[in-house]
Structure formats: structure tokens, C-alpha cells
Ligand binder design. Structure first.
Ligand SMILES: [Zn+2]
Length: 136
């Protein structure tokens, strides 16, 4: 058999080429031609940039962080903080996770202030009730 990389003639039982040390893996798994055709395909699969496992958490964190400020504070903000910290624990060091956590805290703070403001507003309205009734 011949080495698929350098064309050197090797022993039929050999696992590696004697000239360039390329793996030729004996006679298992199809003809020489098939193995040669598989090589570029496998190389393409492995050379693709690997997506970091923490990246989806970081993205979720960022989206929830933004929506947490404008749409649904507190709940989405907490999700943003949790997901952002999860991404960091998984070793994702991109700015997306940090931004998600920061936005999450801002959303949480705004949400809590909003709740406090609403409670005081309701108390204020109720405290005005007797006077409103008298005026009416
Ligand atoms: Zn070779």
C-alpha cells in the first residue's frame, strides 16, 4: 500500500508511514482511495472554530440583561445574573457574560426601585383618600 500523504510505498501491515509518519492504519476500513478522500473531510470538521460551552449562557445572560431593563425587570435580570455567572464558571471570559451580569444587576436595581416606588405611590394614594372623599 501507499502512504496517502507522501506516496511512499509502505508494508501492508504498517500503521504509520515509514517516511513521513502519517497514520495509514493497516487494511481496516475500506480501500486506500476511500481513506484518502476522508482525510480532507475530517480535517475540515476539526479545524472549524469550536464554540465555547459557556457562550450560549453568556448570550442568554446578555439578552435577559437587556430585556430585564426594558421589558420585565427582576425576573429576567436574575436570569441574566445567573446565566452570566454560569458562563464565567464554565471559563467563558468574553465581555458578553460580564455585560449580561452588569445589565442584570442594573435591571434588578431598577426593578426593586420600581417596586418600592409603586408601594409608596399606593400608600400615598390611600393616605390621600379621606381628603379626596371630603372634597367630593
Ligand atoms: Zn508518508
Amino acid at each position: 500500500m501507499f502512504c496517502p500523504k507522501c506516496g511512499n510505498q509502505c508494508n501492508d501491515g504498517a500503521n504509520f508511514c515509514s517516511r513521513c509518519s502519517t497514520r495509514i492504519s493497516g487494511n481496516v476500513g475500506g480501500s486506500d482511495e476511500q481513506r484518502v478522500n476522508q482525510e480532507p473531510y475530517r480535517a475540515a470538521v476539526y479545524s472549524q472554530p469550536q464554540k465555547h460551552p459557556g457562550e450560549s449562557s453568556a448570550l442568554t445572560s446578555l439578552i435577559c440583561g437587556i430585556l430585564g431593563i426594558f421589558v420585565l425587570p427582576i425576573i429576567l435580570s436574575i436570569i441574566a445574573i445567573v446565566q452570566g455567572n454560569k458562563a464565567k464558571r464554565m471559563g467563558y471570559d468574553g465581555g458578553m457574560a460580564t455585560a449580561g451580569v452588569v445589565l442584570g444587576w442594573i435591571g434588578l436595581l431598577l426593578g426593586i426601585l420600581g417596586v418600592i416606588f409603586t408601594i409608596f405611590y399606593v400608600i400615598f394614594i390611600f393616605s390621600m383618600m379621606p381628603e379626596l372623599l371630603i372634597c367630593a
